[in-house]
Design a binder for this molecule. Structure first.
Ligand SMILES: NC(=O)CC[C@H](N)C(=O)O
Length: 422
């Protein structure tokens, strides 16, 4: 049981030596009044958001730069964070998006040939408030029992009552429409690998700009609606010969149609899928036109809504890189990367008739039976469109689900008259 004033597991480290970011005492207050003490990590200041925990033992740089974490304070259950530092290759977007970062033991030494600076220094440089020396095990158990809730962290005002009052005024995640805050302001193109310079990793990022083996000519064009896209997704498409046009969340159907895409993709992203109307309207036009669709995470929830299903908030969500999921069509189990706090409410059995075809649940989570994927089929069972609630781009994470990108390519090939043979 978490103590209401849990002591720091170790004394705040003295970090003013060797250029490390100095630590000062910090206080964390949850909206139910539970408090944890610790030390500042990254920027000194104050932050508010939804407290969630992530169980990934690796991949903290990808986590911190994932736009889906906008307005969330992430608690790392891995007890030791920062030991491989911060590099210039693994960012999933142009900045850190988490509202705050809570860890137990911040690495004193960053050790990796790719490391350029410490996590601490990067958080500070980007003005992101974090906290270390926190009993993250107790904090996680509390969130698991009581559910995700609002939180405040301060290393400038450590008065519990005043921080709690401000936590209780902070916005809730339920009802939050956040895609417009994270989407690209301008459309941009991520070329298929064959049409880009091998040394230019700037737009696809992810793996240091190294082209994967076996270059392909451009095969298809995909319109990707950016609701908070991670850079590994266009990379996974590019390595399969797909040119991806990444489009702002406010893009209209006419603008999508003008690209004559072979397929449409909706990305992951922050916020409550129940509060996002424009994307649902846009996707319905895509489905009406019969263009193959693939969605990831938020893109799965929007697909569910476009098909007429509801969404709901999970108690504490799934965040980590070892979540078991079953593909119901093959009965194969995949170990997958997750980051979601909401889920689609759809029947696990049978098919549902929709204006766009027959919808069915394609994947379920084996820990809790949550819907993890949807498929839209013709009456004879031929696949039209699909989506998953988890992260086949696997940044970070296991690659078990990478077949889904191949499934998207196969789908475009089967539906396209333009498709050149592989
Ligand atoms: N990674 C995502 O796309 C998250 C989707 C949505 N914001 C959720 O929390 O469920």
């Amino acid at each position: 049981m978490p103590a209401s004033t849990a002591p720091a597991p170790s004394a705040p480290s003295s970090t003013s030596r060797s250029g490390r970011v100095p630590r000062v005492p910090a206080l964390l207050v949850l909206e139910d009044g539970t408090t944890f003490t610790g030390s500042s990590f990254g920027a000194v200041g104050e932050t508010f958001g939804e407290a969630v925990f992530s169980t990934g033992m690796s991949g903290y740089q990808e986590t911190l730069t994932d736009p889906s974490y906008h307005r969330q304070v992430v608690v790392a259950t891995a007890p030791h964070i920062g030991n491989t530092g911060w590099n210039d290759e693994d960012d999933e977007s142009s900045r850190i998006w988490v509202a705050g970062y809570v860890v137990r033991d911040a690495a004193r030494v960053a050790s990796s040939w790719r490391s350029r600076r410490s996590v601490d220094a990067e958080l500070a440089a980007q003005g992101v408030v974090g906290m270390c020396d926190v009993d993250t095990r107790a904090l996680t158990r509390h969130l698991r029992e009581r559910g995700a809730m609002r939180v405040g962290i301060s290393s400038v005002d450590t008065d519990r009552a005043s921080l709690l009052a401000r936590v209780q005024e902070a916005p809730q995640m339920s009802g939050a429409h956040l895609a417009d805050e994270v989407t690209t302001p301008e459309a941009y193109v991520v070329p298929a690998w064959s049409s880009r310079s091998a040394s230019d990793g700037s737009s696809a990022g992810g793996e240091g700009g190294r082209p994967p083996s076996g270059h392909r000519e451009k095969r298809f064009t995909v319109a990707a609606v950016d609701l908070g896209i991670k850079s590994m997704t266009p990379y996974r498409l590019a390595e399969r010969g797909i040119e991806t046009h990444v489009l702002p969340a406010t893009t209209s159907w006419a603008q999508v149609e003008a690209l004559h895409p072979d397929g449409v993709f909706f990305s992951n992203g922050p916020g409550d899928p129940g509060a996002t109307e424009d994307a649902v309207t846009l996707l319905r036009s895509v489905l009406e036109a019969g263009v193959p669709y693939f969605g990831i995470c938020f893109g799965n929830q929007i697909f569910g809504r476009a098909l007429g299903f509801g969404t709901y908030k999970l108690r504490y969500g799934h965040r980590g890189i070892n979540q078991p999921v079953m593909d119901l069509s093959t009965r194969k189990v995949e170990v997958t990367a997750h980051n979601h706090g909401f889920a689609v409410d759809a029947p696990r059995e049978g098919r549902t008739e929709t204006p766009y075809g027959w919808a069915r649940v394609s994947h379920v989570g084996l820990n809790d039976d949550v819907v993890e994927g949807l498929a839209l089929e013709d009456e004879d069972g031929t696949l039209r469109s699909f989506s998953v609630q988890y992260h086949p781009e696997a940044a970070a994470g296991p690659h078990d689900a990478s077949y889904l990108f191949d499934r998207f390519v196969d789908l475009m090939e089967s539906r396209s008259t333009k498709g050149a043979p592989a």
